[in-house]
Write a protein that binds this ligand. Structure first.
Ligand code: PMP
Length: 402
């Protein structure tokens, strides 16, 4: 007998199962619109030229060794990451009441923040948008949160935000509840609140004493401008909120597998910085002792060098504009085909994903009849589209909705 015989088979993770299914499909027309990674117009992964150049120079730099990093990460990296988020002129950084902790990409930053909130502040209630990135639930419950609640977000009839529903649900949240907010390019819907709506969310959260935990996985990647994509976070900081923000460098640097992330912590007062930092040190020490160096060296080298940073800005413009072009192409083709329904949301949505509004049965047909792979919710990764396959995809969408 084995002690493992009672272990139940866990459910597959949809996005990775879908990816595998697509990889194994031998149809030459297959299209992968599932997993959230950038693809070039040739359908290939892209190593940003500035990243390639920098990794080579790091590998060749004899003064760089493989000693452990500090528990909370390299200063050059956490400072650069927090500054990218909060801005060069951020008073919170200047006053030493904001700092970064290096993390295992965006997921690790969320987990670390959630661990701190659960263990050090006994927070148990968290809210996420309905729908949200499917991992939020697992990360927060895994860290010890016991009460998972949702706030309304997607309105299928308008194919936009159910803003009245959002406000109503957040107004019911108990004091101290942790509210996960997507900093920009909401995954999966591609719909962000307007600046006016963010102001109303901030008003409500201030009044109800709710804690904002921003998730920033797409800064710069969404609009091509990192300052624009950080607007909501900076606005909350300016309003005087204490908050956490999980940052991922997977998309905006194309460093998916290197696990480069940062948790930015903003406090009201610098007097708590040393104690809070010390508790993060203990949390990290117990979980994985210290973070990996390679990817974070690439990011800090690029962000801290004006010339390399310019090159990076050009790269994020290349990625974001290719996505915007594909949105327009898909929309134009569906219009031309007279596909029933409204499709304006495809061009209005922001970032990597589009929530097409296709239902589960239509998604099933796209997969089985057309070898086009997308999540059952109808979410598509716009980067999977290119000049060669966009017409095929538009015709297939047309076929399954008519
Ligand atoms: N949050 C959101 C909303 C995301 O879409 C992602 C990437 N899929 C992440 C966090 C974290 O990804 P990673 O851990 O790869 O940085």
């Amino acid at each position: 007998s084995t002690m493992f015989s009672g272990i139940e088979q866990g459910p597959p993770i949809e996005v990775f199962a879908l990816n595998k299914q697509c990889l194994e499909d031998s149809c030459p027309d297959k299209v992968n619109l599932g997993v959230g990674a950038y693809r070039t117009n040739e359908g290939k992964p892209w190593v940003l030229p500035v990243v390639r150049k920098t990794e080579i120079s790091i590998a060749q730099n004899e003064s760089i060794n493989h000693e452990y990093l500090p528990v909370c990460g390299a200063d050059a990296f956490t400072k650069a990451a927090a500054t990218l988020l909060l801005g060069e002129k951020s008073p919170a950084l200047a006053e030493n009441r904001a700092f970064g902790v290096q993390s295992l990409s965006g997921t690790g930053a969320l987990r670390l923040g959630a661990e701190f909130l659960a263990q050090k502040l006994s927070r148990r209630v968290f809210y996420f948008s309905e729908p949200t990135w499917e991992n939020h639930f697992k990360v927060f419950t895994g860290a010890g949160f016991t009460t998972a609640k949702t706030y309304r977000y997607w309105d299928p009839s308008s194919r936009g935000i159910d803003f009245a529903g959002l406000l109503e649900d957040l107004s019911q949240a108990p004091e101290n509840a942790v509210i996960i907010l997507h900093a920009c390019a909401h995954n999966p819907t591609g719909c962000d609140p307007s600046q006016e709506q963010w102001k109303q969310i901030a008003d409500l959260m201030e009044k109800k004493k709710l804690f904002p935990f921003f998730d920033s996985a797409y800064q710069g990647f969404a609009s091509g401008d990192p300052n624009k994509d950080a607007w909501a976070v900076r606005y909350f900081v300016e309003r005087g909120f204490e908050l956490f923000c999980a940052q991922s460098f997977a998309k905006n640097f194309g460093l998916y597998c290197e696990r480069v992330g940062n948790l930015t912590i903003v406090q009201k007062d610098a007097s708590t910085t040393a104690a809070v930092h010390s508790q993060f040190t203990l949390l990290v020490r117990a979980m994985y002792s210290n973070p990996p160096a390679f990817g974070s060296r690439i990011v800090s080298t690029v962000l801290n060098d004006p010339k390399l940073r310019e090159e990076w800005m050009d790269c994020i413009k290349t990625m974001s504009s290719r996505i915007i072009t594909m949105r327009q192409k898909l929309y134009d083709l569906l219009k031309k085909l007279n596909t029933p329904g409204t499709w304006e949301h495809i061009t209005q949505q922001i970032g990597m994903f589009s929530y097409t509004g296709l239902n589960e049965a239509q998604v099933k047909r796209l997969i089985s009849d057309f070898h086009i792979y997308l999540l059952s919710t109808g979410r598509i990764n716009m980067c999977g589209l290119n000049e060669k396959n966009v017409e095929y995809v538009a015709k297939a969408i047309h076929a399954v909705v008519t």
